[in-house]
Design a protein around this ligand. Structure first.
Ligand SMILES: [Zn+2]
Length: 373
């Protein structure tokens, strides 16, 4: 199989030769292409999509298959279904259901692993975000083992707050297992953040969100994470969670190589406005695309899709098309250790691609996404 398109770095047309599910050669194409080709987009934080909620033990597998297809229409070939803070029973049940989906669905390999966000987060209003307070608890290796058992070993990313005493041994244990550890929904001070990084944390989850509305202007957990070169930062670039100027500043502080686009999408993404579920929570998608808890009106995930995220990154931060696609491909792959996806259209890498064009207004229009067998 040969897939061709313009390389976002050079604008030159390339033909990518594929065999056995990986890239064999990349060579100049005989004919000039109009569309672009990039590695398939990766989203490391998806709670649900197209009306399908991953935070339930009983979500039918054919519905999960449909949501994978719907994400592919937005350019995403690989994603990490994300299970958030809930009762132990619900979290384990959701992970079991996802593990079954990964094992049995034809498209199961679109889920290289699972993201567990919580329940080991800050109990405080603000940093806790929309996560239910009654289920927030301290990190434990015993509970980590239970998550992995339920997930058939597929938990590859965990978001926690290092403000809990005893967080570091749990971080060390997960890092030893090759699980990426992210700091998020945190009220941690400088020392706790530095200790977490020393213990093996490598990512800040949706930096700038899951935070107090007001923080001390200099000495705060956002600045300390922005300044930490060891941490990747994932960002929700929907124009709702973060203002454009903040996205620009964060990208410059981190550098393009250490930033990641995530959607943090919830079930109503790609759906009409209305009431939906996120695990045990009730959320509403409003006509302006905000997703809020129906009781407290806090933001509860997004209705963003990655095609909009890539376009917004260019518009908000002035990054090139190539850099915008790095934020959704090689960077998340490096952050979570997805080895076969860390090179940008390089031989030996997994053959998944996103084919898209740029409309004159700068919007990214996905034509198709391919996950070659
Ligand atoms: Zn979150």
């Amino acid at each position: 199989m040969v897939v061709s398109g313009r390389h976002p770095a050079t604008g030159e047309s390339v033909a990518v030769r594929v065999g056995n599910g990986s890239i064999e050669r990349v060579e100049p194409a005989a004919e000039a292409a109009e569309r672009y080709i990039s590695p398939g987009w990766i989203d490391i934080q998806v709670n649900g999509f197209a009306g399908v909620d991953y935070n339930r033990a009983d979500t039918p597998l054919n519905e999960i298959a449909r949501s994978i297809e719907a994400q592919r229409e937005t350019g995403v070939t690989r994603f990490y279904p994300t299970v958030i803070t809930g009762s132990r029973e619900n979290m384990l049940g959701s992970l079991r259901n996802l593990a079954k989906a990964k094992r049995t669905l034809d498209d199961g390999r679109a889920m290289p692993g699972f993201h567990v966000e919580g329940p080991w987060i800050s109990p405080f209003d603000g940093p806790r975000g929309a996560h239910p307070k009654e289920h927030v608890r301290a990190p434990s290796i015993d509970e980590y083992r239970r998550f992995q058992d339920a997930a058939e070993g597929q938990v590859r990313l965990v978001t926690l707050s290092p403000e809990h005493e005893g967080a570091c041994p749990v971080i060390e244990r997960m890092a030893d297992d090759g699980v990426a550890v992210a700091i998020g929904h945190t009220n941690a001070g400088a020392k706790a953040i530095a200790d977490a990084v020393r213990a093996g944390a490598t990512i800040s989850t949706h930096l700038g969100n899951g935070a107090h509305a007001q923080v001390p202007r200099h000495d705060n957990y956002i600045t300390h994470q922005l300044a930490c070169d060891a941490l990747y930062a994932s960002l929700i670039v929907d124009g709702i969670h973060l203002p454009p100027a903040w996205v620009k500043v964060a990208l410059r502080a981190k550098g393009v190589a250490k930033a990641i686009l995530v959607t943090d999408a919830v079930a109503p993404a790609r759906c009409p406005p209305g009431i939906y579920r996120l695990g045990c929570l009730e959320v509403e998608l409003l006509p302006d695309r905000r997703v809020e808890l129906t009781d407290t009106r806090r933001l509860a995930g997004s209705a963003l899709s990655m095609d909009c995220g890539v376009g917004n990154a260019m518009r908000f931060a002035g990054v090139s098309l190539f850099d915008a696609t790095r934020l959704a491909t090689v960077n998340p792959a490096a952050a979570v250790g997805l080895r076969e996806r860390q090179g940008y259209l390089e031989p030996g890498q997994a053959a998944d691609f996103t084919i898209f064009r740029l409309d004159p207004g700068g919007a990214v229009m996905v034509e198709r996404a391919v996950l070659a067998a």
